[in-house]
Design a protein around this ligand. Structure first.
Ligand code: ZN
Length: 150
């Protein structure tokens, strides 16, 4: 068990120190900012949505290792996923980090996101781990408004 925890820890440290997709997207058509006052984490998410598919995703921001690692892992997980997939993945991820029973479909694979499962032992950190996801949803919601004005 501790071997697995060490492995998870390694992945978190790696993504926290060398976050993937840590840049602004020049051709983003959606973005949103998020702030976690409990910890001081700030993030901006950039999305390039093509129809219903997230073709590219990037982020900028400052925050603790957990928020950075979670943002990084999220961007890696969401490329080429549909909006529906992204929301389903967040639901499953949210249950995991909150230590709540998972009622979502078993067909959804959390993949590398499982490395953040240990967060459930630290309730204060749950917001650090979910900030990127809440910000993502805000960005996706904005899309609806854009669509309605076209
Ligand atoms: Zn934090």
């Amino acid at each position: 068990m501790s071997g697995l925890t060490d492995l998870y820890q390694e992945v978190i440290v790696d993504h926290g120190q060398r976050p993937r997709n840590f840049h602004k997207l020049k051709d983003a058509n959606l973005s949103a900012e998020g702030f976690n006052p409990l910890c001081g984490d700030r993030i901006t998410i950039y999305l390039r949505l093509d129809g219903n598919v997230i073709k590219d995703i990037g982020f900028e921001g400052e925050g603790c290792a957990i928020s950075k690692a979670s943002s990084s892992l999220m961007t890696v997980s969401l490329k080429n996923k549909t909006k529906t997939d992204a929301k389903a993945l967040f639901q499953k991820f949210h249950s995991m980090v909150k230590g709540e029973p998972d009622n979502s479909s078993h067909a959804i694979d959390l993949g590398k996101l499982v490395v953040l499962s240990g967060v459930k032992e630290y309730p204060v950190r749950v917001k650090c781990a979910t900030l990127a996801w809440h910000t993502l949803l805000a960005a996706l919601e904005a899309q609806k408004e854009v669509v309605s004005t076209e």
